[in-house]
Design a protein around this ligand. Structure first.
Ligand code: SF4
Length: 349
């Protein structure tokens, strides 16, 4: 049954999604087999990439140093990724299948965490195939990847999360967004990043990809430092470590862990129980992080709260008038920003 791109776009936006773009399957020519949409749906003709905004106010509590749970619950891995986006995505997939086109609703997983399993058919791709969702969104003309490796759109700057539908319906692809349309290489993200995970442009550390004739390039992020800070191993952004670890003296900017090692360290500290004692009656290694993860509904939790790559970035883009969405109350960063010493005073008694 006939279904046009315009009808599909209008339907998905009417269900609550904010962003919509289409890539034809040919734009994935350079993708590794384990990240190729056709490895999931061999008859795929198009990949529709959709997005939902992260509200600017989601970061307000962390920016002011007063509330962490709202960001984790709504905007990080909480309801935005597990409910606000998946529901209209699924409704769009149903709408497509009502018109006779197979629609694979794709949840953006984490390719690095997959177990190694041999292929189930000779010559087939091994499970588990995961798209690089940000690159898929570039291929669908939704936006570009900024210097800090965050996906950016003209409407919201770096403030959105993404999902996709892989389909056998052939649709007209959207034009690619020219590199440098949104990210102006200002380096505010580098300055704002607490663990110093983002290289300065002067260092020349970049990652490049090519889609059709267009080359996209961004900073080669130190994902170990990023994960360590974000997921609970950085005392400079966590008052909870200061409460739970008197004497802590770990400077995240000096660590050289892999991303996996950083997750292992940060998650174990943040979510594991520990015997309750008079000194630490809470029953967890870092009680503040553990409670946040428990309340966070989607499983994950955000401590560092994207200080540089998101908050510094959209603050800069808004000031420069490079984001379409504007705010009556003016700039986001209104006060001198807080940052804690990484060294925590030892207990004297
Ligand atoms: S702060 Fe944003 S606009 Fe500036 S370089 Fe970083 S990613 Fe690009």
């Amino acid at each position: 049954m006939k279904l046009t791109k315009q009808e599909l776009k209008e339907y998905s936006l009417s269900r609550g999604l904010d962003l919509f773009g289409v890539a034809n399957i040919e734009r994935f020519a350079g993708a590794p087999p384990r990240m190729h949409p056709a490895a999931i749906l061999p008859e795929a003709r198009s990949v529709i990439v959709v997005g939902g905004r992260i509200v600017r106010g989601g970061w307000r509590g962390i920016e002011e140093g007063t509330n962490w749970v709202s960001y984790t619950y709504h905007d990080y891995h909480g309801l935005l990724n597990t409910f606000y986006i998946p529901l209209p995505l699924y409704e769009t997939a149903c709408f497509m299948e009502d018109h006779g086109w197979e629609a694979v609703p794709y949840y953006a997983g984490v390719p690095e965490t997959q177990p190694t399993i041999p292929p189930l058919r000779q010559g087939a791709v091994a499970p588990n195939v995961e798209l690089a969702i940000r690159i898929a969104a570039v291929a669908a003309g939704v936006g570009e990847i900024g210097w800090a490796k965050v996906f950016m759109t003209r409407r919201f700057g770096p403030r959105q999360r993404l999902a996709a539908i892989i389909t056998d319906l052939e649709l007209e692809p959207d034009p690619l967004v020219e590199p440098g349309t949104i990210c102006d290489r200002c380096m505010s993200c580098v300055q704002g990043c607490a663990p110093r995970a983002i290289p300065h442009i002067r260092e020349g550390k970049t990652v490049k990809i090519q889609i059709e004739d267009t080359v996209y390039e961004w900073g080669d992020i130190d994902l170990g430092k990023c994960a360590l800070s974000y997921h609970g191993g950085d005392s400079s952004v966590s008052p909870f470590i200061h409460k739970s670890f008197p004497g802590w003296n770990i400077d995240v900017t000096q660590q050289e862990m892999s991303e996996e090692a950083a997750y292992k360290f940060g998650w174990s500290l943040s979510t594991s129980p520990w015997r309750a004692t008079d000194e630490f009656p809470g029953g967890y290694i870092i009680e503040g992080h553990a409670q946040l993860q428990k309340w966070g509904v989607g499983g994950s939790f955000g401590i560092e709260g994207s200080r540089g790559c998101m908050r510094s970035c959209f603050d800069h883009l808004e000031k420069r008038g490079l984001i379409e969405q504007t705010f009556e109350g003016g700039e986001f960063i209104k006060r001198k920003r807080w940052i804690l010493p990484y060294k925590v005073e030892a207990r004297k008694d």
